[in-house]
Design a protein around this ligand. Structure first.
Ligand code: GDP
Ligand code: MG
Length: 321
């Protein structure tokens, strides 16, 4: 029963939360029923996005940050949407060990997600997983994902605060610039600062930010650049401070509300779009109508433009006035 499960999620049951998330991932209609009940309890978590190339140190930093949040008495949800992640399928043993210290902690909920085959889109699915954790009462939800494509940028938009994790020797900057991740980051992290080349990367990133702020004349402060060594717990306090300062700034300036408003606008529209799409797909597939239409288009008895107009007119009736 979705309503019973939703209640258990609100009571803090990790099993119930895991179950709801599975429904979300499988596009099970019961997921929507649950999320509907959970909706009034969403919007409390601080959603933190960590993005960057595979191997840059996202999981190691997630682990360190989780440790700090827990020490501060905060509960943490982790969503890893990362093919190279310790939480997804073919994980490296070392990575598993890295996160395992939180495995037995009831204040930490970890979920990994594959990056393939979500009908409603990867970003939408990730968003609903994050929302379930938020409703379950997690104070912070960390989303870890590889910052390479449009999908990942869409995922990052779910986050209130976005950290771009860079490390020397990955050609990261150019890659990230291409993908447009540089532009959406709130905090830049130079991880593996123990490696040669970290100082150069630090200088490069700073000059990029300076250039960017000159071009766009942003009204907000330039984003901070923090050096870390995740494996030696170095710079984590600085990173925590930057995250906290970002969160306060977001809240006080009203930017958080604005961000969330925009997100709700987009998501609501996307949900409507997806629901309509599914309805229409079902209707057209029935009795082989779409196949017949395609045949007719190939034989030039019909053209696709007119077919599109007719079908839209037939199914979507916008009341006049
Ligand atoms: N030397 C060094 N190694 C690190 C650092 N952070 C992470 N690593 C190592 O880099 C590898 C990849 O880290 P991981 O956190 O799995 O990266 P992810 O793919 O971005 O999640 C692991 O072997 C880590 O132990 C760091 O600051 N310095
Ligand atoms: Mg990882």
């Amino acid at each position: 029963m979705p309503s019973e499960l939703a209640r258990q999620v609100l009571d803090g049951s990790p099993r119930a939360l895991a179950r709801v998330i599975t429904w979300v991932e499988n596009d099970d209609p019961r997921a929507v029923e649950c999320l509907e009940i959970l909706y009034p309890h969403m919007g409390r978590a601080h959603i933190l996005g960590l993005t960057g190339s595979p191997g840059a140190g996202k999981s190691s930093l997630t682990d360190q940050l989780t440790h700090h949040f827990r020490n501060a008495g905060k509960t943490v949800g982790i969503v890893a949407v990362d093919p190279s992640s310790p939480f997804t399928g073919g994980a490296l043993l070392g990575d598993r060990i890295r996160m395992s210290r939180h495995a037995g902690d009831p204040g930490v909920f970890i979920r990994s997600m594959a990056t393939r085959g979500f009908l409603g889109g990867l970003a939408q699915t990730t968003d609903n997983v994050v929302k379930a954790m938020d409703a379950a009462g997690k104070d912070v939800v960390i989303v870890e994902t590889v910052g390479v494509g449009q999908d990942e940028i869409d995922i990052m938009r779910i986050a209130d605060t976005i950290c771009l994790i860079l490390a020397p020797g990955y050609g990261d900057i150019i890659q990230s610039m291409k993908a447009g991740v540089m532009e959406i980051a709130d905090i830049y992290v130079i991880n593996k600062s123990d490696h040669a080349g970290a100082d150069q990367l630090y200088t490069e990133v700073n000059s990029r930010i300076l250039q960017d702020s000159q071009i766009r004349k942003r009204d907000r402060e330039p984003p901070p650049v923090v050096k870390t060594v995740a494996t030696e717990k170095r710079g984590i306090d600085d990173l925590m401070a930057a995250i906290e300062s970002c969160r306060c700034q977001l809240k006080e300036s009203g930017a958080l509300l604005e961000k969330r408003r925009e997100r709700i606008r987009q998501q609501t529209f996307q949900m409507i779009q997806f629901a309509l799409f599914q309805l229409l797909e079902k209707e057209l597939a029935q009795n082989g109508r779409l196949d017949r239409l395609v045949d007719a288009i190939i034989e030039k008895k019909e053209n696709p433009y007119q077919a599109m107009r007719e079908i839209v007119d037939e199914f979507i009736k916008v009341p006049a006035g």
